[in-house]
Structures are given as C-alpha cells and as structure tokens.
Design a protein around this ligand. Sequence first.
Ligand code: NAD
Length: 511
Amino acid sequence: MLPASRNLPAEVRDLLATLGVADALRPDGALALRSPIDGSILGRVVTDSDADAEAKLARAQAAFLQWRQVPAPQRGELVRLFGLELRSAKAALGRLVSIEVGKVASEGQGEVQEMIDICDFAVGLSRQLHGLTIATERAEHRMMETWHPLGVTGIISAFNFPVAVWAWNAALALVCGNSTVWKPSPRTPLCALATLALLRRAQDRFVAAGGSAPEGLAELLLGGQELAEKLAEHPLVPLVSATGSTAMGRALAPRLAARFARAILELGGNNAAIVCPSADLDLAVRAIAFAAMGTAGQRCTTLRRLFVQAEVYDVLVPRLRAAYRSVPVGDPLSEGTLVGPLIDGQAFAAMQRALAEARAAGGVVHGGERVDAGAADAFYVRPALVEMPAQTEPVCEETFAPILYVMRYDTLDAALALNNAVPQGLSSSIFTNDLRESEAFLSVNGSDCGITNVNIGPSGAEIGGAFGGEKETGGGRESGSDAWKGYMRRATATINYGRSLPLAQGVRFDI
Ligand code: NAD
C-alpha cells in the first residue's frame, strides 16, 4: 500500500527547486503530468509551438557553427563538468525519475549513474576521435580520414528511460562537436527540464573558467509527436536519434529517408532467453526474474520469451512461478519493492488484452492481475508468467508490460530458430555451461540480435558496448564502442606531396 502521508506534488516542487528549475511547473501549461505511483497530478508544463521549435532549431544551428570550432578535448571538459553536476544531483534527479516514471528507487538512481558513466566515456572519447591513415597505391601520396562534427543532432526519447537515453546521445554528440535538440516523451518533461538545468550549470562553470560554450547547444522541445516529425523533416537536422516504439520508427524513418538524413533508430524489442540443460539454474532464476520483472517489464531489453529445454522445464518453471508469486509489487519509493507501477491505464489494458489473447491461444497464465495499492489512477500488476504451447501471437509482439511467455524446446537448433523468428532483434541470452552451446548461440548461425549474452539476462546493458538491435528494432547503435561515428561525418583526404600525377588504378590521361 502507498503511504497515506505521501504528497508527491509537494515533493516534486522541492526536487525541481533543488535541481534549479523551480519555474518548470506552470498553471497555464498545456501538458498535465500524472505520476504513475499514485495517479496524482504533479502539475502542468508549457509546450512548444511550431514557431518556438523553429527558433530553437535556429539557435541550435548557430551554436553548432561555433561549437564545432572548439577543440574536441575542450568540448570534453564541458561534458566532464556536466558529469560532476550529475554526481552532485544524483539523489534528486534519480528521485524525480522514480516519481515521473514509477521506477523503483535503485533504478531511478541507476539511470543517473548511467548518465555519469556515459559522460566519463565521452570525456575519454574527446581525445580519441581519430581516423585512419591508409596505405595508398600511389608513390609520394598519403591518404587519411578525418572525422568532422556533423550538425544539429535531434534526439527523440521514450518515457521509460527519461534521462539516460538523452545522455547516451548528447554526451557523444557534444564531444563530437554537435549541438542537440531533444524531444522527450510527453510523459517525462520534468526529468528533461531538470537535466538541461544541470547542463546549464556545467556550461556556466565552463564559461567562467574561460571556455566557449554557446547558448543553444542543448535545446528542448516539449510536446507531442508533431515536434518529433518536425525534427525528422527539418533541413537543419542532419541526424535524428529516435528511441521508442517500432510504430514511431515506422512513422519517422521515411521522413528522414526522404531527405537523406541519418537515423539512429532504437525501437521495440522482444527479447528471448534460452535455458539449456547444463545451465546453473540458481543463477538463471535470478537473472530471469530481474530481466523479466524488473522495471515492471517496461524496458526495451525486458525478457519477454523464455525457451526452456524439456529436461529442465519442470525444475525451472516451478521455481520461476514461486518467484513470480512472491516478488514484492507496490510503492516504488518504499524499501524492498522490486516491481513498481505500469506507466498508465493504457499499458494495463494492453497487458490484459495480450493475456486474453494468450489464453485464447492455449496459454496458461499465472499472475497478471491488478494489485490494489490504494490509488484508483495507479496501475500495479502482479507480473505474469504464461506457459505457451507454441510461439504464436501474441508472443511475437512487444507488449510493454511484465509478461514472460515460457515455451519448451528439444534441440538447440529449434530454440535458436525460435529466438530469431520474431520481427524484433534487440537482445538475447543463453544460460548454459556447455561451450559448444554458448559458441553456437554467439556464432553466425546463432542469435540474430544486436545484444547476445551468456549467463546474463538480456536487460541491463553497460555503456561501454554499442547498444542497439536489428530488424524492426531499427538497426541503430548508440552509447559505447565506435557508436560515436554515427554522430560525425568522415572525410577521406588524399595528399600528393610529389611532382608527378599518377592516377588511381593505373589510368592514363596524358595531355
Ligand atoms: P513511443 O513510441 O510511444 O514514444 C517515443 C517517443 O516518440 C516520444 O517522444 C513520442 O512523443 C514520440 N512518438 C511516438 N509516436 C510517434 C509518431 N508516430 N511520430 C513521431 N513521434 C512519435 O514509446 P514509449 O511508449 O514512450 O516507450 C516505449 C517504447 O520504446 C517501447 O516500444 C520500447 O521497446 C521502446 N524503447 C526502445 C529502446 C531502445 O533502445 N531500443 C529504449 C527505450 C524504449
């Protein structure tokens, strides 16, 4: 049950003041915000008109033209200072994430930690934005590539990672010499306003120390999908990184393609795990429980499909059912809670629809019922474990709620085929102690996903690796590894330091 004494609107006002955006809430704002924790109205925020968006895009373009001149390690210094601001504000911003999205306290804090981690990564990167020097076929020539800043980077984010996804993109974009324009989910504008206030603090410190960081480096567009469409269509935006549902990607990708703009698409997942007979079942139960029930099933990498080899099915599944029955569901701000609320009533209705379809397809549903937390406008559920006879609809769809479909398999080849037989291709896992099985899973004939884990669940990626997925997940990569290259443009230069003019491929053109 939710504590009767809790007053989330008052707490949010205090947090916003601490985070430097006391004026974020405005009674005349067009957008009303409801906390999924108790359904209370947190306040209203002002949205951006088309003219506002135009002005912000023009400011971002002007900022880009200055920022790209600043040496990359100095750009890294701004991101380093931002990381310091995030460290100081971690408790407050993490709490705001929990209140706006309903994440349990440690996940709200963890999201801010992810922002800090990507800042650290980007600071190092700011001295490593290097290209290759390439052997040429011509004497007295040198060939090299240089990575240049690209331009205004549009960032569209989903509700479920209201700050980390922006940071993954923005920290890289900023050290790469780009400016950013962010269109967050209309459900999470407060997190966005607070995040940019912290960046402004870092910018002030940077400028006070003699740095040059123009206004307009990080703009914010608050409102609905029309603003995302504007980013996708605007000629001043050469790159849009969009995180959200596959439906959103399907709507935006043609608009970007029509003007040959770059897209980093991070869309829906339908992630699977395979449990082999040799698996450490104690470890598998814990990993599956977190991956499938954590964040109330509202992560793009949430585990949604589980393939269990027939020999271990009757050992593993009863243990999972027990974990599902006992997992603490309720107030995400209370110590000990592991599963908080769904984002809203629509998410609850979508979950119930999927469970009804699963029953109609012969599935046996354990859990999935609403849990009464004492607030009519808050939607808590017991996570559902659904034993399915086969991978039929609705297993092939992403329902953004804690539903784990469990299926039996006989051969690893059959399990791999099932893993790959859905339209999405984000994350995947295998639980095995058999080298041949794990290597087969990781091989070209194995999982077709962007993320392939062994003895770890599919959710909870580290920032050091490139993050993203294949097929209807969109094919984008962000965060670590060489994802930074998506935010820059590459120029290949060939220099002739001799006196003759040999042509490539031995072509003759003597005049
Ligand atoms: P959503 O698609 O409803 O919204 C995401 C963003 O896109 C929001 O800013 C929204 O305003 C905008 N948007 C939505 N529909 C649009 C349209 N037709 N045209 C233009 N803009 C549009 O997603 P959500 O409910 O906020 O988040 C959940 C979804 O996001 C899930 O499908 C989840 O898997 C996905 N997600 C993916 C990743 C990833 O990295 N692959 C990460 C987080 C979430």
